[in-house]
Design a protein around this ligand. Structure first.
Ligand code: GTP
Ligand code: MG
Length: 197
């Protein structure tokens, strides 16, 4: 799929105020600083459409981007960041949960995990909880440019092994780098397929 247009629509703290749910929608979700906003920019090939930062906790609202006038890409706050206050964490947690469980046009979520890290409990729990709510998801490994090709393969294998302890199969996954733009074509192809539905 070729991106011809990418427009910021609005930021909201409540799902009820989000744009009318009349187009297919995809949300990027994961721990703070995992690279959600950067991946959105990489996918639409715009440097600064979604705001990014080296400091975790940058994205604090539900941000809608309209792509090619036909579907929405959504940037969400991160979950599970230990250094924000418990109150903040709970606020983001509720915002994300309410959005995910009530947004009727949400076709699929992309759960981002940093390829460098061992499988994290918070991510495993998050995937289990959205699956329980009947929300389909893909796994997206981020920051692949920080490892060698062999290390990437090894880390993916470790992740698969961990997932297979609780899941019947490894969900479909993508290996990405926002710095190199890798993985964007594959993600767009998956979205294209779901859009055609
Ligand atoms: P929050 O909004 O705080 O939840 O974070 P986020 O998940 O949106 O992360 P963001 O895109 O702001 O990126 C966090 C940091 O990681 C920034 O310093 C990015 O430049 C860096 N980063 C993101 N993706 C990549 C990548 O693929 N490769 C490298 N090397 N750095 C990346
Ligand atoms: Mg962000």
């Amino acid at each position: 799929m070729k991106i011809t247009q990418a427009n910021f629509v609005q930021s909201n703290s409540e799902y009820q105020k989000c744009p009318v749910p009349d187009k297919p929608e995809y949300a990027f979700i994961g721990r703070s600083n995992v690279g959600k906003s950067s991946l959105i920019n990489s996918i639409v090939q715009r440097k600064d459409l979604a705001k990014t930062s080296q400091t975790p906790g940058k994205t604090q609202l539900i941000n809608h981007f309209l792509i090619n006038q036909t579907w929405y890409l959504v940037d969400l706050p991160g979950y599970g960041y230990a250094k924000v206050s418990k109150t903040e964490r709970e606020k983001f947690g509720t915002m994300i949960h309410d959005y995910l469980t009530n947004r009727e046009n949400l076709l699929c979520t992309f759960v981002l995990v940093d390829i460098r890290h061992e499988p994290q409990k918070v991510d495993m729990e998050f995937m289990a909880s959205i699956a329980n709510s009947g929300i389909p998801f893909y796994i997206v490994f981020t920051k692949a440019d920080k490892l060698s090709k062999t290390q990437v393969e090894n880390h993916v294998e470790v992740y698969k092994t961990k997932m297979l302890e609780t899941w019947e199969e490894m969900p479909q996954y993508f290996v990405t780098s926002s710095v190199k733009g890798s993985g964007r074509e594959e993600i767009l192809a998956a979205i294209d397929e779901l859009n055609l539905g």
